[in-house]
Design a binder for this molecule. Structure first.
Ligand code: ATP
Ligand code: MG
Ligand code: MG
Ligand code: MG
Length: 439
């Protein structure tokens, strides 16, 4: 992409309404724009990151055996009356009436709808296990939307729903998602700690929140230091091996970890003082096993091998891709801007032409731009005639992993300067080696 043709509305001033660094940087880097309280437009740079985050989530969901679909944002109130949550959900639910005065709502989550879909088609245990997910916008009328997309009213969620014949099988489904989550957050460059959590209005008995430690986090969390260097299962992990998954989950749930609501002071104080971590955290994912809480009232049942009909055992599993982007920036930035992990950077390379109009610079940059793109390295090519200082400031602000800088002298002598945004390291190398080094 040529910067001269792109839409990248960089803000020079620090927006004063933004209280935390990720919000400030997302506004300054032209990633998002607030359209109403807690409702954001995703500008091109932000949309690229959002798509990349969703791709990582999708790959790991698919790897674990979950199947993607898409449910609507608008739901009928009747389904929620069946489960009893229409009244319980309270003011966070945005309630709507259509022209026929039928009650609708903008979905804050999809347990009811997926249960309705399941009961319409599935009759037999032979169709289980089943895990269906979608990545869709949700609306929750938060009392205090704040921190940009960290706590917005409209936000994106990946929500998956598992269906199994009995508790044991449902526990395997839970473990599968647990492991998929560990892998997802690791690939996004985050250290997420699974913490025993309150099940809240979704209900149920088994639940973990995945928490990123960050000083700007809204929850108070407590855990054992061991979590900071535990190894996440590799790509080859066997999602068909229930016992193997249970071992991984056991290892990741044995050291102490709890959010404020579930905190047990005595258990925490039993940890040697040097190993205690009391910090603030951001909830980026949440998984629940809730058994028959929805299947029973809504009549979602299957016939088992013995011919008897039983309500299906369910779980639900959420990740907030839009909040995650803010959390990643909280974890990875410096005073000059964002430092994207390569897995989700909006572009892999920022190619900087220091002197557009200079024949050598233009020729080298055009050639490199074509070669980088051909090698599959998404490149943002700064071909604009602006001051050097402004070019560098923009590149650092938007945080692309590698900057390739071409000035008139280097263009003549055949040398490029490469800057690694994560480490700040700079090196000079032959222009002909650049593409090979980066691919
Ligand atoms: P919170 O405690 O922050 O209000 P929640 O517990 O209400 O979140 P869940 O119902 O567990 O959220 O939803 C699953 C995921 O959706 C959360 O872990 C989070 O990543 C994301 N999420 C929830 N609410 C918001 C929001 N207002 N803005 C952005 N993402 C959100
Ligand atoms: Mg909430
Ligand atoms: Mg929560
Ligand atoms: Mg939650």
């Amino acid at each position: 992409m040529r910067l001269s043709r792109y839409f990248l509305p960089i803000l020079k001033e620090t927006p004063k309404e933004a209280e935390i660094v990720s919000h400030r940087l997302m506004l300054r880097a032209g990633m998002v724009r607030q359209q109403a309280a807690g409702i954001y437009a995703w500008l091109p740079l932000g949309k690229r990151v959002l798509d990349k985050v969703c791709d990582v989530i999708r790959e790991e969901q698919n790897r674990s055996g979950a199947i993607e679909m898409m449910m609507p944002t608008i739901q009928s109130a009747d389904l929620w009356r069946e489960s009893g949550r229409y009244d319980d959900y309270g003011k966070e639910m945005l309630r709507i009436q259509d022209r026929h005065e039928r009650d609708l709502l903008f979905g804050p989550t999809n347990e009811e709808m997926i249960t309705d879909i399941f009961r319409s088609y599935v009759r037999s245990y032979k169709d289980l296990p089943l895990n269906l997910y979608h990545i869709q916008w949700k609306f929750r009328d938060e009392v205090r939307p704040r921190f940009g997309v960290m706590r917005s009213r409209e936000f994106l969620m990946k929500d998956a729903y598992s269906f199994d014949l009995d508790y044991e099988a449902a526990k395997v489904a839970y473990d599968r998602m647990f492991v998929a989550y560990l892998r997802t957050f690791q690939r996004l460059g985050l250290k997420a700690i699974p913490m025993r959590a309150d099940t809240g209005p979704i209900g149920g008995e088994l639940s973990h929140e995945f928490i990123i430690l960050a000083s700007t986090g809204e929850s108070e969390v407590f855990c054992h230091r061991d979590f900071l260097d535990m190894t996440v299962p590799g790509e080859g992990v066997d999602f068909g091996d229930g016992a193997g998954l249970a071992d991984i989950v056991r290892a990741w749930t044995t050291p102490y970890a709890a959010t404020e609501e579930m905190h047990d002071t005595a258990a925490f104080d039993a940890i040697p003082e040097g190993d205690r971590v009391a910090a603030r955290g951001i909830e980026v994912g949440h998984i629940f096993h809730f058994g028959t809480k929805y299947s029973e009232p809504m009549g979602a049942s299957v016939t088992g091998p013995d011919g008897r009909e039983t309500p299906v055992f369910m779980g639900s599993y959420g990740i907030g891709p839009s909040r995650l982007i803010a959390a990643i920036i909280e974890a990875s930035h410096d005073e000059n801007g964002i430092r994207w992990p390569a897995s989700i950077a909006p572009f892999r390379v920022g190619l900087v032409n220091m002197k557009p109009g200079d024949a050598d610079c233009d020729a080298v940059c055009e050639r490199l731009y074509a070669e980088l793109e051909a090698a599959g390295l998404d490149t943002l090519y700064d071909d604009e005639d602006t001051r050097a200082g402004a070019k560098f400031a923009t590149m650092d602000l938007i945080g692309l992993p590698t900057q390739v800088i071409i000035g008139p002298r280097g263009a003549k002598s055949g040398e490029a300067e490469i800057k690694d945004r994560m480490t700040g390291e700079r090196q000079t190398m032959p222009i002909d080696d650049v593409v090979r080094l980066l691919s």
